[in-house]
Design a protein around this ligand. Structure first.
Ligand SMILES: C[S@@+](CC[C@H](N)C(=O)[O-])C[C@H]1O[C@@H](n2cnc3c(N)ncnc32)[C@H](O)[C@@H]1O
Length: 376
C-alpha cells in the first residue's frame, strides 16, 4: 500500500473513479488501491491540521479528527519538559500526534494504543524517532515511567460522550494511574464540569484565535489553580482549588466599551482576575461581557459602544434602517435569540455593516450597537 501511496499524485476527489480503473487495469489489487486512495484523501484532509507533514503520515478518519493539534501537542510537551520529565507513558496514542511532540522534545515516550490499526499507524508516523516506542496494549497497565499523558476517547458511535466515566478509558481510571507517577497530564473536554476536577490539580484551558480547544488536568506541576492559555501568546493563572465555583463579580452600568473575554479565560474562571486587573465589571449578573474604559489585554476583545437600542424586533429594524445598516454581525449572551433568525427577520437593506451585541444590561435586555476596536 505504501508503495502505491508514494506514487499517487495529489488527491483529486473528482478523478477517483478514473484513477481506480487505471490502477486496477495496471494490475494493482483492489484492496490496496482502496487503502492507498483512502490514505491519499485523509492526507489531503489532514493538511489543515498538520500542514505538509501530513504527507508523511498515516491516518484513520476518526483518529485524525481526535488527534491533538500540533501547537497544542507542543504545549503538552513543553509542560512535561519544564517539569523535568524524561520518561513518559502515553495512554491512548491514537495516530501519535501528541507522541510526535513528546519525541521531538527529547522525552522518551512509551505510547500505548488499544486499537491495533491506530497503533500500527502511530508507529509508522513515529518511524524517525528513536525515543518513541509504540505498543498496541493497555496504557494503564505496568506503568514504570516518571510521567503520564492520557487523552481519553470522548466520542463514541452516537457522538460526543459527556460523562467522563464513559470515556475510553474512564476519567477515574486515568486519575488513579496518574497518582502513581510524578507528573501527569490528562486531556479532557473543555466544557467539563468543575466538579470532576481534582482539588489539587492545575487545570488549563487552551484557546487559539478565540476558539476554545481543550482542557488539561495537570497533577504534580504546581499548586492548585485554573489557567487560561492562549497558545503561543499569553497565560492567566487563577490560584486555588479548580473544582470550586468561579468567583462572581458585581455588575456595573454599561461604560464606553464592551469587552468579550477569550473563552479560555471564561472557562478558567478568570473574569474576576480580569475585572480586578483592568477595573472592569460584567454588564449584568453572571454575564461574561465586561465593561469599563480603554484597556489592552490579549484576553479581551474590545467593542466601543455606539448606541443602546431596544431589543424589540420592529424598533430595532427601524433603528438599523435609519442608519443604513445592511450587514450585521450579531453577538449574544444571556438572551435566548438565534442570531440568524433575528437577522433574517430584520430584513436589512442598507450599505453599511455593523456589530450588535444582544445582552442583558442592568436596566434590562438591550441590543448594543458597537464598533470593533483594533487589537493593540
Ligand atoms: C482521543 S484518542 C487519542 C488521540 C491522540 N492524543 C492524538 O493526538 O493522536 C484516544 C485513544 O485512546 C485509545 N484508548 C482507549 N483506552 C485505552 C487504553 N486503556 N489504553 C490505550 N489506549 C486506549 C483509543 O483507542 C483512542 O485511539
Amino acid at each position: 500500500m505504501l508503495d502505491l501511496l508514494s506514487r499517487l499524485s495529489p488527491y483529486d476527489g473528482g478523478a477517483i473513479f478514473s484513477l481506480t480503473a487505471r490502477l486496477r487495469s495496471e494490475g494493482w489489487d483492489a484492496a490496496i488501491v482502496a487503502a492507498a486512495l483512502t490514505q491519499s484523501r485523509l492526507r489531503a484532509q489532514a493538511q489543515h491540521k498538520f500542514g505538509s507533514r501530513a504527507d508523511r503520515m498515516l491516518f484513520t478518519a476518526d483518529a485524525l479528527e481526535q488527534a491533538s493539534r500540533p501547537d497544542a501537542a507542543s504545549h503538552h510537551a513543553a509542560v512535561f519538559t519544564a517539569a523535568g520529565v524524561a520518561s513518559l507513558r502515553e495512554v491512548g496514542a491514537g495516530i501519535g500526534a501528541d507522541t510526535l511532540a513528546f519525541a521531538e522534545s527529547g522525552i522518551h515516550v512509551t505510547a500505548r494504543e488499544l486499537d491495533p490499526e491506530r497503533a500500527e499507524f502511530a508507529a509508522y508516523n513515529l518511524r524517525d524517532h528513536e525515543g518513541a516506542v509504540v505498543e498496541a496494549a493497555d496504557g494503564l497497565a505496568d506503568i514504570t515511567e516518571d510521567g503520564l499523558w492520557a487523552d481519553p476517547a470522548r466520542r463514541g458511535a452516537k457522538g460526543r460522550i459527556i460523562n467522563p466515566e464513559e470515556w475510553g478509558p474512564p476519567l477515574s481510571a486515568v486519575l488513579a494511574a496518574a497518582r502513581t507517577v510524578r507528573v501527569a497530564g490528562i486531556k479532557v473536554a473543555p466544557g467539563i464540569d468543575y466538579s470532576h476536577l481534582p482539588p489539587d490539580a492545575t487545570v488549563e484551558w487552551l484557546s487559539s484565535g478565540g476558539e476554545l480547544i481543550e482542557a488539561i488536568i495537570w497533577l504534580g506541576i504546581g499548586p492548585p489553580a485554573r489557567r487560561a492559555v492562549l497558545l503561543g501568546d499569553a497565560s492567566l493563572t487563577i490560584p486555588g482549588d479548580p473544582s470550586g465555583p468561579a468567583a462572581m463579580v458585581d455588575p456595573a452600568p454599561l461604560g464606553e466599551i464592551i469587552y468579550e473575554p477569550d473563552p479560555a479565560a471564561i472557562r478558567a474562571g478568570g473574569i474576576g482576575a480580569l475585572c480586578e486587573k483592568f477595573d472592569l465589571a460584567p454588564v449584568a449578573p453572571g454575564i461574561a461581557y465586561l465593561t469599563g474604559g480603554p484597556v489592552s489585554s490579549p484576553f479581551l476583545t474590545g467593542f466601543s459602544v455606539v448606541d443602546v437600542l431596544p431589543l424589540q424586533e420592529k424598533k430595532l429594524a427601524r433603528e438599523l434602517k435609519a442608519r443604513g445598516i445592511g450587514s450585521l454581525e450579531i453577538k449574544k449572551r444571556g438572551v435566548d435569540i438565534a442570531p440568524d433568525v433575528l437577522r433574517a427577520r430584520l430584513r436589512l437593506k442598507g450599505r453599511t455593516s455593523a456589530t450588535l451585541v444582544l445582552t442583558p444590561l442592568l436596566e434590562g435586555r438591550r441590543a448594543v450597537l458597537v464598533e470593533r476596536l483594533p487589537r493593540s
